[in-house]
Design a protein around this ligand. Structure first.
Ligand SMILES: NC(=O)c1ccc[n+]([C@@H]2O[C@H](COP(=O)([O-])OP(=O)(O)OC[C@H]3O[C@@H](n4cnc5c(N)ncnc54)[C@H](OP(=O)(O)O)[C@@H]3O)[C@@H](O)[C@H]2O)c1
Length: 329
């Protein structure tokens, strides 16, 4: 496992790390202990967790599993998502304190804050995040789905005030959903020494790995009793998912030609991004984890198939919409 330095306040982070949304909550307690134990044994040191609208028990499950594993707190890093569902009425400190109580920890390592709306006072927003670090509730911070100009504004604010810069930028990125992360604005960001890429949704919620029937169920539909096939996955920004399903067999046969699985090829592609800090993967068993980590040995073979990988990119990818489970349309 390779590691990347993302912040002077943190130890280097494993280039593959574990997402938790709709994966940890689908494990049995013993299954989650087995999965996290295997991840730590394989050198993964970052868990991306959050209070999820459709899986609100995830942090409790993580706390119970970590407790049973008995890992020293200094042996792993927690990246904690903070949302804007009730912001600014409910500030970040209240939200983080509640998550820390669920996790049974006194700090997280990175707080990952969502892209603010136009109305949110930007300087106050960043100052509020920095206060979490000053108070010792977090050691570093990162941003999720920020626009390039928002990242630039954030960096300028941090530099002007002597605040720590965000350590990484989480974005949806996979072999077919590439256009935003590789598009104008972000390419400049990656090459100018801004925060590194924390790649999420690297397998399109499992579709790239072969779960072709998966799709998004939005909060109103969920409230009306609709249940996802397999698991819920992220919204389809840009409306390209049907095309992703159609092209998945091409990814699978390209993978087969080089002796790999589609999950491995999908992950190798993301790990190869020059600005990568870490690639989040959602896995629900130690066997899947082991399968996927073999992707690290595939990266050196990507130049052989670069053109055919590039042909899998789908035009029309959209930037993720702001998410609010109370008002999601
Ligand atoms: N910033 C954003 O907008 C955004 C969007 C989406 C996600 N995220 C973050 O990224 C993290 C990961 O996202 P994600 O869950 O969408 O991840 P993903 O890695 O795209 O997909 C995870 C799914 O892939 C399947 N999978 C993985 N390896 C496999 C294998 N070897 N064989 C078969 N299936 C395999 C798993 O299926 P099974 O469930 O069947 O095991 C799993 O549920 C999340 O926890 C979330 O925090 C962020």
């Amino acid at each position: 496992m390779d590691y990347r330095t993302i912040s002077p306040s943190l130890p280097p982070v494993s280039i593959v790390s574990l997402g938790s949304w709709n994966t940890f909550s689908r494990c049995t307690p013993d299954g989650l202990v087995a999965l996290l134990s295997r991840a730590f044994a394989r050198g993964i040191n970052l868990l991306d967790v959050g209070y999820y609208w459709d899986k609100p028990d995830t942090e409790d499950a993580v706390a119970a599993a970590l407790d049973r594993i008995g890992a020293a707190r200094s042996d792993y890093l927690i990246a904690q998502k903070l949302w804007l569902w009730n912001y600014p009425e409910e500030g970040f400190e209240t939200q983080l304190a509640r998550s820390l109580a669920r996790l049974g920890h006194d700090h997280v390592d990175v707080v990952m804050v969502s892209r603010p709306t136009g109305e949110t006072g930007f300087a106050n927003y960043v100052a509020e995040v920095i206060a979490l670090i000053s108070k010792g509730m977090a050691r570093a911070w990162g941003v999720t789905n920020f626009l390039p100009e928002q990242v630039a504004e954030t960096l300028a604010l941090c530099d002007a005030n002597g605040w720590p810069r965000p350590s990484m930028l989480q974005m949806q990125y996979n072999v077919m959903r590439r256009g935003i992360v590789e598009g104008p604005g972000y390419d400049k960001l990656w090459s100018s020494g801004g925060p590194g890429l924390c790649a999420a949704h690297t397998m399109e919620g499992g579709i790239l790995a072969g779960h072709l029937d998966r799709d998004r169920v939005d909060p109103p539909a969920m409230a009306a009793g609709v249940r996802p096939v397999g698991r819920n996955i992220a919204r389809d920004s840009g409306g390209i998912r049907e095309e992703i399903r159609l092209r998945q067999p091409a990814l699978a046969s390209l993978a087969e030609e080089i002796g790999a699985t589609p999950a491995q090829l999908a992950l190798a592609f993301v790990v190869d991004h020059p600005a990568l800090s870490t690639a989040l993967i959602g896995v629900s068993t130690p066997q899947q984890l082991d399968e996927n980590l073999a992707a690290l040995d595939l990266v050196s073979r990507l130049p052989e198939i670069r053109e055919r990988l590039d042909a899998l990119a789908i035009a029309g990818v959209g930037h993720p919409k702001l998410f609010n489970p109370h008002n999601d349309i």
